[in-house]
Design a binder for this molecule. Structure first.
Ligand SMILES: [Zn+2]
Length: 366
Protein backbone atom coordinates (compact mmCIF):
# COMPACT_ATOMS: atom_id res chain seq x y z
CA UNK A 1 0.00 0.00 0.00
CA UNK A 2 2.67 2.43 0.98
CA UNK A 3 4.48 1.83 -2.23
CA UNK A 4 1.31 2.42 -4.13
CA UNK A 5 0.71 5.58 -2.20
CA UNK A 6 4.19 6.75 -2.92
CA UNK A 7 3.82 5.90 -6.56
CA UNK A 8 0.49 7.59 -6.77
CA UNK A 9 1.93 10.63 -5.16
CA UNK A 10 4.70 10.66 -7.63
CA UNK A 11 2.33 10.19 -10.45
CA UNK A 12 0.15 12.96 -9.27
CA UNK A 13 3.14 15.18 -8.93
CA UNK A 14 4.09 14.32 -12.44
CA UNK A 15 0.56 14.78 -13.65
CA UNK A 16 0.38 18.10 -11.96
CA UNK A 17 3.62 19.10 -13.53
CA UNK A 18 2.34 17.80 -16.92
CA UNK A 19 -0.76 19.93 -16.69
CA UNK A 20 1.44 22.97 -17.02
CA UNK A 21 2.71 21.65 -20.38
CA UNK A 22 1.10 22.26 -23.80
CA UNK A 23 -2.23 20.66 -24.57
CA UNK A 24 -0.95 17.77 -26.83
CA UNK A 25 0.11 15.86 -23.77
CA UNK A 26 -3.14 16.31 -22.04
CA UNK A 27 -5.36 13.51 -23.42
CA UNK A 28 -3.07 10.57 -22.57
CA UNK A 29 -2.29 12.06 -19.21
CA UNK A 30 -5.90 12.50 -18.47
CA UNK A 31 -6.61 8.87 -19.11
CA UNK A 32 -3.67 7.65 -17.14
CA UNK A 33 -4.28 10.07 -14.34
CA UNK A 34 -7.87 9.08 -14.13
CA UNK A 35 -7.03 5.40 -14.00
CA UNK A 36 -4.50 5.98 -11.29
CA UNK A 37 -6.73 8.22 -9.34
CA UNK A 38 -9.30 5.45 -9.32
CA UNK A 39 -6.67 3.01 -8.15
CA UNK A 40 -5.04 5.08 -5.53
CA UNK A 41 -8.03 6.69 -3.96
CA UNK A 42 -8.40 3.99 -1.41
CA UNK A 43 -4.91 4.52 -0.10
CA UNK A 44 -4.71 8.16 -0.90
CA UNK A 45 -6.28 9.77 2.17
CA UNK A 46 -4.72 12.38 4.36
CA UNK A 47 -1.32 10.68 4.66
CA UNK A 48 -0.57 11.32 1.02
CA UNK A 49 -0.96 15.00 1.34
CA UNK A 50 1.21 14.97 4.44
CA UNK A 51 3.91 12.52 3.54
CA UNK A 52 3.71 11.13 0.02
CA UNK A 53 2.38 14.02 -2.01
CA UNK A 54 3.79 16.64 0.26
CA UNK A 55 7.19 15.05 0.20
CA UNK A 56 7.00 14.55 -3.50
CA UNK A 57 5.82 18.02 -4.37
CA UNK A 58 7.84 19.68 -1.66
CA UNK A 59 4.74 21.41 -0.32
CA UNK A 60 2.34 20.71 2.47
CA UNK A 61 -0.76 20.96 0.39
CA UNK A 62 -4.05 19.39 1.46
CA UNK A 63 -4.68 15.77 0.63
CA UNK A 64 -7.70 16.27 -1.56
CA UNK A 65 -6.38 19.29 -3.32
CA UNK A 66 -3.93 17.68 -5.72
CA UNK A 67 -6.38 14.96 -6.66
CA UNK A 68 -9.24 17.32 -7.23
CA UNK A 69 -7.06 19.72 -9.02
CA UNK A 70 -5.63 17.00 -11.15
CA UNK A 71 -9.00 15.52 -11.89
CA UNK A 72 -10.54 18.87 -12.67
CA UNK A 73 -7.69 19.83 -14.87
CA UNK A 74 -8.10 16.71 -16.91
CA UNK A 75 -11.84 17.12 -17.12
CA UNK A 76 -12.56 14.37 -14.61
CA UNK A 77 -15.90 14.21 -12.89
CA UNK A 78 -15.18 13.34 -9.26
CA UNK A 79 -18.83 12.93 -8.45
CA UNK A 80 -19.24 10.35 -11.18
CA UNK A 81 -16.26 8.44 -9.86
CA UNK A 82 -17.96 7.74 -6.57
CA UNK A 83 -17.47 3.94 -6.82
CA UNK A 84 -13.83 4.53 -5.87
CA UNK A 85 -14.83 6.01 -2.56
CA UNK A 86 -15.61 2.74 -0.70
CA UNK A 87 -12.01 1.57 -1.01
CA UNK A 88 -10.75 4.76 0.60
CA UNK A 89 -13.46 4.69 3.22
CA UNK A 90 -12.62 1.14 4.08
CA UNK A 91 -9.08 2.10 4.86
CA UNK A 92 -10.28 5.09 6.76
CA UNK A 93 -12.71 2.99 8.68
CA UNK A 94 -9.93 0.52 9.31
CA UNK A 95 -7.74 3.22 10.74
CA UNK A 96 -10.60 4.83 12.54
CA UNK A 97 -11.54 1.45 13.97
CA UNK A 98 -7.95 0.92 14.96
CA UNK A 99 -7.86 4.32 16.61
CA UNK A 100 -11.17 3.71 18.31
CA UNK A 101 -10.04 0.30 19.43
CA UNK A 102 -6.80 1.74 20.78
CA UNK A 103 -8.76 4.42 22.59
CA UNK A 104 -11.14 1.81 23.99
CA UNK A 105 -8.27 -0.38 25.07
CA UNK A 106 -6.58 2.56 26.77
CA UNK A 107 -9.83 3.58 28.39
CA UNK A 108 -10.52 0.03 29.58
CA UNK A 109 -7.00 -0.29 30.95
CA UNK A 110 -7.36 2.97 32.84
CA UNK A 111 -10.69 1.81 34.17
CA UNK A 112 -9.21 -1.51 35.28
CA UNK A 113 -6.36 0.26 37.00
CA UNK A 114 -8.79 2.60 38.73
CA UNK A 115 -10.97 -0.33 39.83
CA UNK A 116 -7.92 -2.18 41.10
CA UNK A 117 -6.82 0.87 43.09
CA UNK A 118 -10.33 1.32 44.49
CA UNK A 119 -10.49 -2.35 45.53
CA UNK A 120 -7.09 -2.10 47.18
CA UNK A 121 -8.15 1.06 49.04
CA UNK A 122 -11.42 -0.57 50.19
CA UNK A 123 -9.57 -3.66 51.38
CA UNK A 124 -7.08 -1.50 53.28
CA UNK A 125 -9.91 0.43 54.88
CA UNK A 126 -11.70 -2.80 55.86
CA UNK A 127 -8.48 -4.13 57.42
CA UNK A 128 -8.05 -0.87 59.33
CA UNK A 129 -11.68 -0.95 60.57
CA UNK A 130 -11.29 -4.59 61.65
CA UNK A 131 -8.09 -3.72 63.52
CA UNK A 132 -9.80 -0.81 65.28
CA UNK A 133 -12.78 -3.00 66.16
CA UNK A 134 -10.50 -5.72 67.50
CA UNK A 135 -8.61 -3.21 69.62
CA UNK A 136 -11.73 -1.40 70.89
CA UNK A 137 -13.07 -2.27 74.35
CA UNK A 138 -16.46 -4.00 74.61
CA UNK A 139 -19.48 -1.69 74.78
CA UNK A 140 -20.01 0.01 78.13
CA UNK A 141 -22.74 -1.55 80.24
CA UNK A 142 -25.44 1.03 80.89
CA UNK A 143 -28.40 -0.88 82.27
CA UNK A 144 -30.63 0.72 84.87
CA UNK A 145 -32.76 -2.17 86.08
CA UNK A 146 -31.62 -3.75 89.34
CA UNK A 147 -33.19 -5.72 92.16
CA UNK A 148 -32.44 -8.00 95.09
CA UNK A 149 -32.62 -11.47 93.56
CA UNK A 150 -31.27 -13.46 90.60
CA UNK A 151 -29.84 -11.95 87.48
CA UNK A 152 -30.39 -8.36 88.63
CA UNK A 153 -29.44 -9.07 92.24
CA UNK A 154 -26.65 -7.53 94.36
CA UNK A 155 -23.96 -9.93 93.11
CA UNK A 156 -24.48 -8.60 89.56
CA UNK A 157 -25.06 -4.89 90.17
CA UNK A 158 -21.57 -3.93 89.00
CA UNK A 159 -22.10 -5.76 85.70
CA UNK A 160 -25.40 -4.04 84.94
CA UNK A 161 -23.94 -0.55 84.66
CA UNK A 162 -20.31 0.52 84.30
CA UNK A 163 -20.99 3.39 86.70
CA UNK A 164 -21.86 0.88 89.41
CA UNK A 165 -18.39 -0.70 89.54
CA UNK A 166 -17.96 0.26 93.20
CA UNK A 167 -20.68 -2.27 94.11
CA UNK A 168 -18.00 -4.93 93.44
CA UNK A 169 -14.66 -3.17 93.63
CA UNK A 170 -15.29 -0.88 96.60
CA UNK A 171 -13.72 -1.70 99.97
CA UNK A 172 -15.84 0.76 101.97
CA UNK A 173 -19.23 -0.76 101.20
CA UNK A 174 -22.39 -0.98 103.29
CA UNK A 175 -24.10 -2.60 105.06
CA UNK A 176 -21.75 -4.29 107.52
CA UNK A 177 -22.09 -6.39 110.64
CA UNK A 178 -21.34 -3.80 113.31
CA UNK A 179 -19.12 -5.41 115.93
CA UNK A 180 -15.96 -4.76 117.89
CA UNK A 181 -16.66 -1.04 117.90
CA UNK A 182 -14.30 1.31 119.69
CA UNK A 183 -16.26 2.58 122.68
CA UNK A 184 -15.57 6.29 122.94
CA UNK A 185 -17.18 9.45 124.12
CA UNK A 186 -18.88 10.23 120.82
CA UNK A 187 -20.22 13.70 120.38
CA UNK A 188 -23.98 14.02 120.44
CA UNK A 189 -25.87 14.18 117.18
CA UNK A 190 -27.89 17.38 117.20
CA UNK A 191 -31.28 17.07 115.50
CA UNK A 192 -33.03 20.14 114.18
CA UNK A 193 -36.11 18.47 112.69
CA UNK A 194 -39.57 20.05 112.34
CA UNK A 195 -43.01 19.19 110.95
CA UNK A 196 -42.59 19.38 107.18
CA UNK A 197 -44.31 18.79 103.89
CA UNK A 198 -43.50 15.45 102.29
CA UNK A 199 -44.42 13.16 99.44
CA UNK A 200 -44.48 9.38 99.18
CA UNK A 201 -43.44 7.12 96.32
CA UNK A 202 -43.13 3.39 95.76
CA UNK A 203 -40.08 3.61 93.48
CA UNK A 204 -39.88 -0.08 92.69
CA UNK A 205 -37.11 -0.71 95.24
CA UNK A 206 -38.70 0.62 98.42
CA UNK A 207 -41.21 3.10 99.77
CA UNK A 208 -39.50 6.48 99.82
CA UNK A 209 -40.54 9.65 101.60
CA UNK A 210 -39.06 12.85 100.18
CA UNK A 211 -38.98 15.70 102.68
CA UNK A 212 -39.48 19.42 102.21
CA UNK A 213 -36.37 21.38 103.24
CA UNK A 214 -35.40 22.67 106.66
CA UNK A 215 -34.62 19.45 108.59
CA UNK A 216 -31.00 19.22 109.75
CA UNK A 217 -28.71 17.08 111.81
CA UNK A 218 -25.26 18.19 112.95
CA UNK A 219 -22.29 16.00 113.80
CA UNK A 220 -18.53 16.47 113.54
CA UNK A 221 -18.87 20.21 112.84
CA UNK A 222 -20.95 19.46 109.78
CA UNK A 223 -24.59 20.18 109.18
CA UNK A 224 -26.52 17.81 106.94
CA UNK A 225 -30.04 18.35 105.60
CA UNK A 226 -32.58 15.54 105.50
CA UNK A 227 -33.44 14.73 101.89
CA UNK A 228 -35.49 11.53 102.08
CA UNK A 229 -36.05 8.40 104.14
CA UNK A 230 -36.96 4.86 103.06
CA UNK A 231 -37.33 1.31 104.37
CA UNK A 232 -35.62 -2.07 104.05
CA UNK A 233 -36.85 -5.49 105.13
CA UNK A 234 -35.12 -7.16 106.87
CA UNK A 235 -32.67 -4.62 108.31
CA UNK A 236 -29.52 -4.38 106.18
CA UNK A 237 -27.13 -3.76 109.06
CA UNK A 238 -26.50 -6.24 111.84
CA UNK A 239 -25.32 -5.54 115.35
CA UNK A 240 -22.91 -8.25 116.57
CA UNK A 241 -24.47 -10.59 114.05
CA UNK A 242 -28.06 -9.78 115.01
CA UNK A 243 -30.48 -8.60 112.32
CA UNK A 244 -33.75 -6.69 112.83
CA UNK A 245 -37.11 -7.01 111.17
CA UNK A 246 -36.79 -3.70 109.31
CA UNK A 247 -34.68 -0.55 109.16
CA UNK A 248 -35.39 3.09 108.22
CA UNK A 249 -32.60 5.00 106.44
CA UNK A 250 -32.75 8.79 106.71
CA UNK A 251 -30.49 10.21 103.97
CA UNK A 252 -28.87 13.59 104.62
CA UNK A 253 -26.62 15.76 102.50
CA UNK A 254 -24.39 18.69 103.43
CA UNK A 255 -23.60 21.80 101.38
CA UNK A 256 -20.70 20.05 99.68
CA UNK A 257 -22.75 17.04 98.69
CA UNK A 258 -21.38 14.74 101.42
CA UNK A 259 -23.83 12.12 102.56
CA UNK A 260 -24.76 11.07 106.09
CA UNK A 261 -27.27 8.26 106.61
CA UNK A 262 -29.03 7.80 109.94
CA UNK A 263 -30.22 4.20 110.43
CA UNK A 264 -33.16 3.42 112.73
CA UNK A 265 -33.56 -0.30 113.45
CA UNK A 266 -37.19 -1.40 113.73
CA UNK A 267 -38.47 -4.07 116.12
CA UNK A 268 -42.00 -5.30 116.81
CA UNK A 269 -43.88 -3.28 119.40
CA UNK A 270 -46.33 -0.46 119.53
CA UNK A 271 -47.50 1.39 116.39
CA UNK A 272 -45.17 4.08 115.09
CA UNK A 273 -47.15 7.29 114.28
CA UNK A 274 -44.81 8.72 111.60
CA UNK A 275 -44.67 5.36 109.81
CA UNK A 276 -48.47 5.20 109.96
CA UNK A 277 -48.67 8.64 108.32
CA UNK A 278 -46.47 7.32 105.48
CA UNK A 279 -48.56 4.15 105.02
CA UNK A 280 -51.76 6.23 105.03
CA UNK A 281 -50.45 8.20 102.07
CA UNK A 282 -49.01 5.35 100.04
CA UNK A 283 -49.85 5.78 96.33
CA UNK A 284 -51.99 3.11 94.69
CA UNK A 285 -49.58 2.66 91.79
CA UNK A 286 -45.83 2.05 91.69
CA UNK A 287 -44.00 5.11 90.45
CA UNK A 288 -46.80 7.48 91.33
CA UNK A 289 -46.09 10.21 93.88
CA UNK A 290 -48.57 11.45 96.47
CA UNK A 291 -48.16 14.94 97.90
CA UNK A 292 -50.33 15.04 101.03
CA UNK A 293 -51.58 18.37 102.38
CA UNK A 294 -50.60 17.35 105.93
CA UNK A 295 -47.15 17.59 107.52
CA UNK A 296 -44.83 14.90 108.94
CA UNK A 297 -42.47 15.45 111.88
CA UNK A 298 -39.28 13.37 111.50
CA UNK A 299 -38.65 13.82 115.26
CA UNK A 300 -41.44 11.26 115.75
CA UNK A 301 -39.24 8.59 114.21
CA UNK A 302 -36.31 9.01 116.62
CA UNK A 303 -35.68 6.75 119.62
CA UNK A 304 -35.39 8.11 123.17
CA UNK A 305 -31.70 7.35 123.64
CA UNK A 306 -29.30 8.97 121.20
CA UNK A 307 -26.34 6.55 121.50
CA UNK A 308 -25.06 5.41 118.15
CA UNK A 309 -22.49 3.51 116.11
CA UNK A 310 -20.60 5.25 113.36
CA UNK A 311 -18.38 4.16 110.49
CA UNK A 312 -17.60 5.17 106.91
CA UNK A 313 -19.46 3.22 104.26
CA UNK A 314 -21.47 3.53 101.07
CA UNK A 315 -24.95 3.72 99.64
CA UNK A 316 -26.47 0.22 99.87
CA UNK A 317 -28.05 0.51 96.41
CA UNK A 318 -26.49 1.23 93.01
CA UNK A 319 -24.28 3.13 92.30
CA UNK A 320 -22.92 2.09 95.76
CA UNK A 321 -21.18 5.47 96.16
CA UNK A 322 -18.64 5.48 99.00
CA UNK A 323 -17.56 8.14 101.50
CA UNK A 324 -20.94 8.01 103.21
CA UNK A 325 -21.01 8.72 106.96
CA UNK A 326 -23.16 6.12 108.71
CA UNK A 327 -24.87 6.84 112.03
CA UNK A 328 -26.69 3.77 113.38
CA UNK A 329 -28.85 4.43 116.46
CA UNK A 330 -28.29 1.80 119.15
CA UNK A 331 -31.83 1.82 120.50
CA UNK A 332 -34.32 0.18 118.09
CA UNK A 333 -37.56 1.95 117.21
CA UNK A 334 -40.82 0.08 117.65
CA UNK A 335 -43.41 -0.48 114.93
CA UNK A 336 -46.52 -2.64 115.11
CA UNK A 337 -46.69 -6.10 113.50
CA UNK A 338 -49.50 -4.77 111.25
CA UNK A 339 -47.29 -1.89 110.08
CA UNK A 340 -44.49 -4.32 109.31
CA UNK A 341 -46.84 -6.74 107.58
CA UNK A 342 -48.08 -3.98 105.33
CA UNK A 343 -44.56 -3.23 104.09
CA UNK A 344 -43.74 -6.92 103.68
CA UNK A 345 -46.65 -7.23 101.24
CA UNK A 346 -44.88 -4.70 99.01
CA UNK A 347 -41.26 -5.69 99.71
CA UNK A 348 -40.75 -9.02 101.45
CA UNK A 349 -37.02 -8.70 100.73
CA UNK A 350 -35.16 -5.54 99.79
CA UNK A 351 -31.87 -5.77 101.68
CA UNK A 352 -28.34 -5.88 100.37
CA UNK A 353 -26.23 -8.62 101.96
CA UNK A 354 -23.54 -7.80 104.52
CA UNK A 355 -20.30 -6.45 103.00
CA UNK A 356 -16.76 -7.04 104.32
CA UNK A 357 -15.74 -4.55 107.01
CA UNK A 358 -12.16 -4.75 105.69
CA UNK A 359 -10.66 -3.50 108.95
CA UNK A 360 -12.68 -0.28 109.01
CA UNK A 361 -12.82 1.59 112.26
CA UNK A 362 -16.21 1.43 113.95
CA UNK A 363 -16.87 3.77 116.83
CA UNK A 364 -19.75 3.56 119.31
CA UNK A 365 -21.06 5.65 122.17
CA UNK A 366 -19.99 4.40 125.63
ZN1 LIG B 1 -31.33 2.37 102.51
Amino acid sequence: MRNLIALTACWLAIAAAGAADPAPYAPPLTKMAQANINNIRPSNPQPIGGSGAGAASGTATGAGAPTATGAAKFGAKPAAKAPAAPKLSEREREEQAEAELSAKIAERLAQMRANQAARAAAAAQARKAAAIKAAAPPPRANGTHWGYEGEFGPANWSKINADWAKCSTGNRQSPIDIRDGMKVDLEQITFDYRPSSFNVQDNGHTVQVTMGGGNFLSVGNRMYELVQFHFHRPSEERINGKGFEMVVHLVHKDGEGRLAVLALLLERGKPQPAIQTVWNNLPLEKGDVTAPSIVLDPNDLLPQRRDYYTYMGSLTTPPCTENVLWLVMKEPVQASPAQMALFSRLYPLNSRPIQPASGRIIKESM
